[in-house]
Design a protein around this ligand. Structure first.
Ligand SMILES: Cc1cc2nc3c(=O)[nH]c(=O)nc-3n(C[C@H](O)[C@H](O)[C@H](O)COP(=O)(O)OP(=O)(O)OC[C@H]3O[C@@H](n4cnc5c(N)ncnc54)[C@H](O)[C@@H]3O)c2cc1C
Length: 380
């Protein structure tokens, strides 16, 4: 039974369906009727995607892969009974994979939702694009509210793409673009080489970068962000909301002091035998003390590893281990993307290299996003 049909859940469910054949059943549960790949939000911001539904996939096609899809809200996870209570009834299973991602919680910060656009949701990305498309001059703020957040590159990409659009419009000299973040450098877990390279790219584009800025409140009427140390005005604001673990996971006592779900870094098994967790919900501490970033590229691989492990426990094939390899593309505008890639499990710290922006990397990024949606389209 797979809880959550996002990138991780789809990865594990489709792999399991292939490995287990018809002898076993795979159930996939999600409250959403359709899949949406949030990486497409950046195409909405840049204007590359005029159709906001381009990143959607249809869960009904999953059935033809031998997976039972249940459209329901997961209410409770009973780890000792291996049972899950949902709005469509109770389900139990021999193995459970929790892939419920991170929940967006803008309400934690007073005035945030009223004062800006949540670019981590499709509608927020569309509204941000509409608002800044009409601007002729002013101050655009990209606000990172709390860490951790998924896709550590995404707000930086949003800033680069905003800058690029304003340049194309010929109004960049009448506008300012600034990032405010509680981080002390971009993409913390990728290390100093990637962080320094990104700071260089921000500075080249005259994007203001305000680190160690933890927002406490937004005065939406006066368009003012209040931080612990100072405050800043804006005309248009795009924000990354605070992320929290979904309530049923917290209620089940599965989270630790980080607020997230600890797992074995290689097998992705929780402390409960037969219950695994993958993707954004997990906390995996790296050798330098920071955590594995929340990214689809990890969720995909973790799903394949867990599927192989479950299959092997059912006498079908060999177990696999997650080795911490990953990569991330960073769109920098003008049809280009930079790339960070490496081994996040390296000792004493992640070994991640940075490759400067190129059209080739942008093409590969688009192919990566399209490949995820291909899982739906192939069976249409
Ligand atoms: C703007 C943006 C750009 C990104 N770009 C990239 C990129 O280029 N590369 C990359 O690797 N990653 C990228 N990511 C990150 C990537 O999207 C996530 O890391 C990935 O989706 C995590 O997969 P997941 O399965 O853990 O969670 P999700 O994909 O979030 O799936 C969780 C699922 O669980 C369901 N769920 C949660 N609670 C319940 C409940 N109570 N009942 C029923 N269902 C529930 C949700 O509906 C959801 O479908 C980006 C993210 C954003 C926001």
């Amino acid at each position: 039974m797979v809880l959550g049909a996002g990138i991780g859940g789809l990865s594990v469910a489709t792999e399991l369906a292939k490995l287990l054949g018809e002898k076993h059943s795979v159930t996939l549960i999600d409250r959403k009727p359709r899949f949406y790949e949030c990486a497409y939000n950046l195409g909405i911001v840049s204007g590359e995607l005029s159709d906001p539904t381009a990143g959607e996939g249809d869960f009904s096609v999953i059935a033809s892969a031998g997976i039972e899809f249940v459209h329901a809200e997961i209410r409770n996870i009973d780890v000792s009974g291996m049972t899950v209570q949902t709005t469509e009834g109770d389900f139990n299973a021999e193995f459970i994979v929790i892939s419920m991602g991170a929940e967006m919680s803008p309400s934690i910060i007073p005035g945030l939702a009223e004062g800006g656009h949540n670019i981590y949701e499709k509608d927020g990305a569309v509204a941000f694009r509409h608002e800044f498309e009409r601007m002729e001059s002013g101050h655009v703020a990209i606000l990172i509210t709390r860490t951790p957040f998924k896709c550590p590159a995404a707000p930086y990409e949003a800033a680069f793409l905003t800058d690029s659009v304003l340049r194309q419009k010929g109004i960049r000299d009448r506008c300012t673009v600034d990032i405010y973040t509680p981080e002390w450098q971009p993409m913390l877990s990728a290390g100093d080489a990637v962080g320094d390279a990104l700071v260089g790219l921000l500075s080249e584009r005259e994007i203001g970068y305000h680190t160690e800025h933890m927002v406490l409140k937004v005065d939406h009427e006066h368009r003012n962000m209040m931080f612990e140390i100072d405050d800043a005005g804006y005309d248009i604001m795009a924000y990354v909301p605070p992320h929290i673990a979904p309530e049923p996971v917290r209620q089940a006592g599965l989270t630790d002091s980080t607020g997230w779900l600890p797992v074995n870094a290689e097998t992705l098994e929780t402390k409960h035998h037969g219950i695994f967790a993958i993707g954004d919900i997990v906390s995996i501490r790296l050798h330098n003390g920071v955590f594995l970033p929340m990214a689809g590229v990890f969720a995909l691989q973790e799903g394949a590893v867990v599927a192989a492990t479950i299959a092997s426990r059912l006498g079908l094939g060999e177990e696999e281990r997650f080795a911490g390899g990953g990569y991330c593309f960073i769109e920098t505008g003008g049809g280009k993307a930079a790339m960070g890639s490496g081994n996040f499990y390296a000792k004493p710290a992640p070994a991640v290299t940075f490759e400067p922006p190129s059209e080739e990397h942008k093409k590969t990024k688009d192919e990566f996003s399209a490949a995820i949606l291909e899982a739906f389209r192939a069976r249409r």
